[in-house]
Design a protein around this ligand. Structure first.
Ligand SMILES: Cc1ncc(COP(=O)(O)O)c(C=O)c1O
Length: 451
């Protein structure tokens, strides 16, 4: 997702000091060139004011853009990664809201930047109950886990720093790193998750491009978005050892961990880091209540080592002072109510059924022409056409047929694999899933007949 100008600029600036000086020089040159060439227009009433350099190359999220189409009558949308609304525990959230408002002087007031004590306690208990020993003091409540990614980019990355993401990667994380003016390298993934044996090659690649060595590695080890893959234990350990050896900070983003369709997988990177010397200082764990309780709460959290928490809190102060106190208190009451486990079991069953229906329909309709592995959890099937099908070009035909998905292009930092696509199954009723897949197949026929 890096733009040409960013790449070109940074290739000429291999060292941090040189990069900063060169950035300033380039910005000044660009301004002067603009002033020279555009002087007559610069103050014309129709001239647009100038945007900051960091906005160059930031693309609108393909998913957010697509959501506008999702409301078209009869549309079957495999596009948005939204939770199924019929699974919301409205009764439980209503009760938690009532309980929170019983103490209006707390619930309706400003709060502390790191989060409401009651919620931090509840979240620490929640993580610890899942084997990831955590204390309330390890945690900062964030406004969704999205804010956690943004905060970490602010405190860890200078313009021109190098970040490794999975290939394919969560596209709103790509947006964050582009806004941070970072250079992004993609780490291949296979059925066992990120291919950690390629990490050294990526370091070499950064050097070849004149980029700085990687500073941050961002991964979604449990049911990645979009890959749906669960990272194997050996890979998790290898990734942590590599991060220690090369002084890299690992961001573990875990929004989907609770949505497993089986008995569970390996420990989190946060937990494993406690068994590998030096790793605990380098791992940050992000999670959220968006996929388990409701995205509208905008409650996420970050578990971070001491050296990182203070700076992250400072950065958060400048962003929003604190996450909504009302939401946090509702979340704390909900977590304490004991309803979450039963609710999660129902959500898991719901999604597992839809995942199976989608996998079955895709196999029936496309056979070997579409490669995918049914994910062991989460919300997404990531698939790849065997033939040279361009899923971006296919999309208008799919929309015309009344079905939506997200083209794989959006999830690649560079060199997109255009045969790939992401199909989200959570919000489509099983009886509509087969119909949606039939429509997708019809759209593919349309394309083949037009070309
Ligand atoms: C991998 C990943 N990280 C973070 C988020 C953001 O979630 P939140 O609603 O907590 O901001 C999402 C949402 O889809 C996601 O898929």
């Amino acid at each position: 997702m890096n733009t040409e100008p960013t790449t070109t600029r940074l290739q000429r600036s291999p060292t941090p000091g040189a990069a900063a000086r060169s950035d300033a020089r380039d910005a000044r040159d660009a301004r002067e060139a603009r002033d020279d060439q555009d002087a007559p227009d610069a103050h014309a009433p129709h001239a647009s004011p100038r945007l900051a350099q960091r906005m160059h190359g930031v693309r609108s999220s393909a998913v957010r853009d697509l959501l506008a189409h999702a409301k078209a009558p009869g549309m079957i949308s495999f596009a948005g990664g939204l939770p199924a609304p019929e699974t919301f525990d409205v009764e439980g959230i209503r009760a938690a809201t009532r309980a929170a408002l019983d103490d209006p002087h707390t619930t309706l007031q400003y709060g502390t930047t790191d989060g409401q004590p009651a919620l931090r306690d509840a979240l620490a208990a929640h993580m610890s109950a899942r084997g990831a020993a955590t204390a309330a003091d390890d945690l900062i409540v964030t406004t969704g886990s999205q804010q956690g990614i943004d905060l970490l980019a602010r405190v860890l990355l200078d313009p021109g720093d190098t970040v490794i993401v999975e290939r394919p990667a969560y596209l709103a994380a790509l947006q964050v790193f582009t806004l941070a003016q970072a250079n992004v390298l993609g780490l291949e993934t296979d059925a066992d998750g990120a291919c950690t044996d390629r990490l050294d090659a990526l370091r070499d690649e950064a050097r070849r491009r004149g980029w700085r060595p990687p500073r941050v590695l961002y991964v979604v080890p449990e049911f990645g978005n979009p890959s749906g893959v669960r990272m194997a234990l050996g890979r998790r350990q290898a990734l942590l050892r590599w991060a220690v050896a090369h002084d890299v900070v690992v961001i573990e983003d875990a929004p989907y961990s609770e949505l497993r369709f089986d008995a569970g997988g390996p420990p989190t990177l946060w937990t494993l880091a406690r068994t590998i010397p030096g790793a605990a200082q380098r791992v940050v764990h992000l999670s959220t209540l968006s996929k388990t309780i409701a995205p509208a709460l905008r409650v996420g959290w970050m578990a971070a080592p001491d050296w990182l928490r203070g700076p992250a809190i400072l950065a958060k102060q400048s962003l929003d002072l604190h996450t909504s106190t009302l939401s946090q208190e509702v979340a704390a009451h909900y977590l304490r109510s004991g309803r979450l486990e039963a609710h999660l079991q129902a959500v898991r069953r719901h999604y597992a059924e839809r995942c199976a229906a989608l996998s079955e329909a895709l196999r029936r309709r496309f056979g070997d022409a579409l490669r995918f592995a049914p994910p062991p959890g989460g919300m997404f099937v990531w698939a790849r056409f065997d033939d040279a099908v361009d899923t971006t070009a296919l999309l208008p035909h799919a929309l015309a047929r009344g079905v939506m998905y997200v083209p794989g292009e959006a999830f690649h930092a560079e060199r997109p694999d255009r045969r790939t696509l992401r199909l989200a199954f959570a919000t489509v009723a099983p009886e509509r899933i087969a119909e949606g897949v039939d429509r997708l197949a019809a759209a593919l026929d349309d394309v083949r007949h037009t070309h």
